[in-house]
Structure formats: structure tokens, C-alpha cells
Write a protein that binds this ligand. Structure first.
Ligand code: ZN
Length: 45
């Protein structure tokens, strides 16, 4: 599971591998790894 650092959109590694370039829909290409199940980052809203 990867999370776009810009828009926060989550993408799986599988989806990324389908793309010609590992790039988010927003156009940004920097991702952070995020654990899908156990770890959930809390954000101050
Ligand atoms: Zn994005």
C-alpha cells in the first residue's frame, strides 16, 4: 500500500506496477509506504 504524499490517495503496489510510470492520478510521483491493516496513522483533523 502506497500513499501519495501530496493528495493522500492510496494505491496498491499492484496498481502502481500496472502504470507505465509509478505516478499518482494527481501527477505527483512520491509515495510513502503505508500499512493497510494494522497500522493506521492518526491525523489531526
Ligand atoms: Zn496524489
Amino acid at each position: 500500500m502506497y500513499e501519495c504524499v501530496r493528495c493522500g490517495k492510496r494505491t496498491t503496489a499492484k496498481e502502481l506496477s500496472k502504470l507505465p510510470r509509478a505516478r499518482c492520478i494527481c501527477g505527483y510521483a512520491v509515495f510513502t509506504k503505508s500499512a493497510p491493516v494494522t497500522e493506521r496513522r492518526l491525523r489531526a483533523v
